[in-house]
Design a protein around this ligand. Sequence first.
Ligand code: ADP
Length: 279
Amino acid sequence: RMMLTTVLDQQKDHIRGVAITVQDITREVELNEAKSQFISNVSHELRTPLFNIKSFIETLHDFGDELNEEERREFLATANNETDRLTRLVNDVLDLSRLESDRTYHFTPVELTQAVDQTLRSHQLNAKDKGIELCQDLDPDLLPVRGNYDLLLQVFANLVGNALKFTPAGGRIMIRAYPLGVAASPGAPQYVRIEISDTGIGIEVEDQQAIFDRFFRVENRVHTLEGTGLGLAIVRNIVDKHHSKMHLVSEVGVGTTFWMDLEQYPSDETPICGSPSGR
Ligand code: ADP
């Protein structure tokens, strides 16, 4: 983008010169393109369940008398499932757009034991139904990390939820957390590594980066109605907000491990520059 500005002579009202401002708007254009692509994807994704709901209601309305009780129930149950899917989609889209606004989040010391416990508790029933073992291995010396509790809970929930979707019966899902060595220099932040691993179907190398893109879903897989294709985009966004990055290692047919490093919350007990604490 180029802007021309005339510079006037204060006293004589003459044009003294012309100033040219050049501004690189490549990123702005890219962001706008990404936004319209997203809106078009969202509209497409919303249209499918809406169309299904409308068709089921129309059929019930026009031909309800010709259907037996069981058929009517089935139609209603499907319309209900589609409504749930629509709700999930709208919630995920709202979560993403909230994350992408410039809103600042409140970061506090987050106890990982508490967050992991809560995550496992809320997925335990689902795991039991599917015959999958849910376990945790948290280092006993774990200190709190700097983060937003609710956002981190969402990261764990999305990752464990995916692991449950893509792991066959008899499999195992594990959340591990351990401190990463010592700080690079006195006073420098220390990190905690968090891993969520499964013994599921795995992800091909060529898909491993794309799975974090919005609405990307690995092709040729039977996808249940559950997924929105936004879960990992939300995860990446939240982890970015925590000044960290999402990583994964995966082998088809063996399993997948997602991991991230979060900054440890400096505790009062941490000696600074080796000076005696006096306590
Ligand atoms: P979805 O709502 O479809 O799960 P996500 O963004 O959470 O969307 O995930 C994108 C895609 O990445 C999934 O559809 C799936 O194909 C793949 N994926 C995510 N997690 C795993 C996993 N633990 N094992 C295998 N594939 C996975």
